[in-house]
Ligand binder design. Sequence first.
Ligand code: SAH
Ligand code: SF4
Ligand code: F3S
Length: 438
Amino acid sequence: MTAPPKKLFVKTYGCQMNVYDSERMTGALAAEGYEVTEEAASADLILLNTCHIREKAAEKVYSELGRLKPLKAANPDLKIGVAGCVAQAEGAEIIRRQPLVDLVVGPQAYHRLPAMTAALAEGRRAIDTEFPVEDKSDHLPPARGPNARRAPAAFLTVQEGCDKFCAFCVVPYTRGAEVSRPAARILAEAEDLVERGVVEITLLGQNVNAYRAGDWTLARLIRRLAKIDGLQRIRFTTSHPNDMDDDLIDAHGTVEKLMPYLHLPVQSGSDRVLAAMNRKHTAEAYHQILGRLRAVRPDIALSGDFIVGFPGETEEDFAATLALCRRVGYAQAYSFKYSSRPGTPAAGREAVPEDVKSERLQRLQTLLSAQQTAFQQRQIGRVLPVLLEKPGREPGQLVGRSPYLQAVHCAAPPGLIGQIVPVEIVDAGPNSLAGRLH
Ligand code: SAH
Ligand code: SF4
Ligand code: F3S
């Protein structure tokens, strides 16, 4: 008789790569007899896939661990694991701070999870935050999970890690050096996804446009992926301005399947702050890139990331950020208060007072949300091709994505999930559009 399946509950924080990694871990653990549950209370193993990017993100993990205490008291056999960037950054410290944790695994060691759970079964704790020489992607089975199996849109990691060392950022330490996966593996994974019904692939990397494997660049990879029958949409994220080369810009004008949307973080509009952040580009260089993109793809929607209150940021510097935003006109953007991260170069620098940061963030967000609203409003009356992804908020509704990555709700039969259909946009909210099948 085979043992009943063990139950695995995974909670994912942070970026899209963590979403992808959670699916890969679920796949690796499925081979060990773990089945996914949506209820933490019925789990044999709870895995938190964590983010360390800002202080609040890391603290959230510790409060979540605290909340798991009663579950562990009710079920002494329950195992609790911490994966992701907090695991990498804090390692064994997590267990010192929260002794109910049984397993700590860093992002480069996920292929070793099966062996680690075997140790747990023997009543031992398991910690692995190494950067092994072998490539985990060679040793992990394909992604499994609700996303991987059913959704028509999927993530695919092509590159991981970062060599840029922006002065504020933990990613080069938590994800390690830039590593690009071989093109052949990516193409095989893409073909497999398409066979399983995926029609849109988002290529992921912390510095995705720095992708380089032999003669393969991101632009070449996109052109090759575009030849896969059945794959209809390609996106990629996140890019760095300094790796936005001519060929990749050109792809935006020539590859029809490449969607007219680009997330290109700039962080600040002040050259002084950009230099202090070690971004190695100016505000003008950023505008030049966007100008070239708009020349080849006039309707491209732009998105960005901003940090306010970086150490040393003056009112004048901040005004330059507002000016940059006004000149660009973003369709969407993320903005954050600077959060000091231990071990990063900026950690010791003199902080901007909290109230100043809050006030600047509010001004920036007011501007960015006005731009977003304007962009949303401009879609009213247009007919957009929408990839219908899943049931919407209301019965009889489906929700999908426009080429510009906007959520679009419309009345449609469930049979249309996975199809790209023309939708006339009739209304626009700040975060989603409403439409009807055209
Ligand atoms: N590789 C990507 C994403 C990095 S993390 C890039 O280069 O843009 C996503 C965003 O979090 C960053 O773009 C930045 O805006 C923000 N961020 C990173 N570290 C931060 C910090 N210490 N404080 C506040 N925001 C931060
Ligand atoms: Fe962090 Fe900068 Fe690397 Fe992006 S480019 S991951 S912000 S160090
Ligand atoms: Fe967070 Fe790590 Fe992603 S710090 S943003 S989970 S790379």
